[in-house]
Design a protein around this ligand. Structure first.
Ligand SMILES: *Cc1c(COP(=O)(O)O)cnc(C)c1O
Length: 395
């Protein structure tokens, strides 16, 4: 005989509803699982939870089925074993610092690094007793001379996301590994598609998922991807102690875009490359800084190590044009919006004053740098738009 259930008040039945759904529903969408509290079947299960395991559910901050699905897909994409999601690309960068570096340690950073990474390193150097030193991104194996006994972390970025120099990553990574220095690459430019860091001896790949993985210019997220379990756990412990997590809703947006990323990346690549070749023929342009073109420093490493370029590249305009004229050129573009970030469908433009962004390497080029992000608009229309803006530049 089944025991009859106690009759409970309406309010209790609303809170602890007994949903009756037909099992067996399946779709392609990864379900959005939201949680702060994770519920354990019994106390023994709760007590046996090990924070080191990615396979155990513990608390909504650390992982949900939605966020772990995204993390696993990102790790698989780059050939890693683990991925940690962060609320932005910058937060993935700062977590690398907090996970690996302590007072008294030394960090080496390329001079063309993503500017907020430079600012973060400078902050730690000023207020937290580490040292940060900048190196010429073209230094290659010469990095060995800069490594000190207290050097813990070597940042890599190829190409630099504004000036586009492509470092010799295998040479840098080998020199670091020989001295037990951990390497972390900001691999956002290649989306993890066109450059495979772990095949070149790098330890950590950092992605700003805000860019191509999102593809919609509407969600912020970042990730660190690793092969090594011990390194993953250092980063995981830092993330946990900082109280950092991501929302499953945001993860579901990225999961929705990820299957189309490679196709989008290849389309951005085709249009950007065609425009870069055309810009090279224009008298207004002094240099085209696109890694697939020979004028770009490190072009030979791009040819050797990369399989594509995506939509981001820069040009240096002829030195006869003033900064004000270049500003007018950027503003006269109708299809290119002025804004940070990239990876979405819309084309973007931004002028940069490079000399003010460097500390080691002298920026030898005269003329103002303009960075383009080539979106998914028709390439011929973008070309016509740049052409009409050149007439404003010359005016
Ligand atoms: C955008 C970007 C980041 C930071 O990503 P956010 O999600 O915007 O914080 C880091 N590195 C590079 C190279 C980027 O372009």
């Amino acid at each position: 005989m089944t025991q009859s259930k106690p009759k409970r008040a309406l309010q209790t039945r609303i809170v602890q509803a007994e949903d009756k759904l037909t099992p067996g529903f399946e779709s392609f969408a990864v379900p959005v699982t939201r949680a702060s509290t994770v519920v354990f079947p019994d106390l023994a299960t709760m007590r046996a939870i090990d924070w080191r395991s990615d396979a155990q559910w513990r608390y909504g901050l650390h992982a949900t089925p939605t966020s772990l699905t995204l993390a696993q897909r990102l790790a698989a994409l780059e050939g890693g074993n683990h991925a940690l999601l962060q609320p932005s690309g910058l937060s993935a960068i700062s977590n690398v610092y907090f996970g690996l570096v302590k007072t008294g340690d030394d960090v080496l950073i390329p001079d063309n690094v993503y500017a907020p990474n430079r600012d973060h390193g400078d902050w730690l150097a000023r207020d937290f007793g580490i040292t940060t030193r900048y190196y010429d991104p073209m230094i290659g194996a010469g990095i060995a001379d800069l490594i000190q006994p207290n050097t813990r972390l070597l940042w890599l970025e190829a190409p630099g996301s504004v000036t586009m120099e492509v470092s010799d990553i295998p040479a840098l990574a080998a020199a670091a590994r020989a001295r037990n220095v951990v390497t972390a690459i900001d691999n956002t430019w290649s989306a993890g598609l066109a450059f495979r860091p772990f095949e070149h001896g790098v330890d950590i790949s950092v992605q700003a998922l805000t860019k191509y993985q999102s593809g919609g210019s509407d969600v912020m997220m970042g990730a660190t991807i690793t092969v090594d379990q011990e390194l993953h756990l250092k980063l995981k412990a830092a993330r946990m102690r900082m109280g950092v997590g991501v929302s499953s809703d945001d993860c579901s947006l990225i999961l929705r875009s990820l299957p189309s990323m490679k196709v989008r990346f290849e389309q951005h690549d085709r249009s950007a490359l065609a425009l870069a070749h055309w810009l090279k023929t224009r008298p207004e342009v002094a240099t085209v800084l696109h890694p697939a073109l020979p004028d770009c420093p490190g072009h030979e490493f791009y040819e050797r190590d990369f399989t594509g370029a995506g939509g981001l590249f820069s040009i240096v305009l002829d030195a006869q044009y003033s900064a004000a004229q270049v500003d007018a050129f950027c503003e006269a573009l109708e299809l290119f919006s002025i804004g940070w970030s990239w990876g979405g469908a819309h084309s973007l433009v931004m002028p940069y004053d490079i000399a003010s962004m460097r500390s080691v390497e002298r920026w030898g080029k005269r003329g103002t740098l303009v960075r383009f992000y080539i979106g998914l608009e028709e390439e011929a229309d973008l070309r016509a738009d740049i052409e009409q803006s050149f007439s404003v530049l010359r005016a």
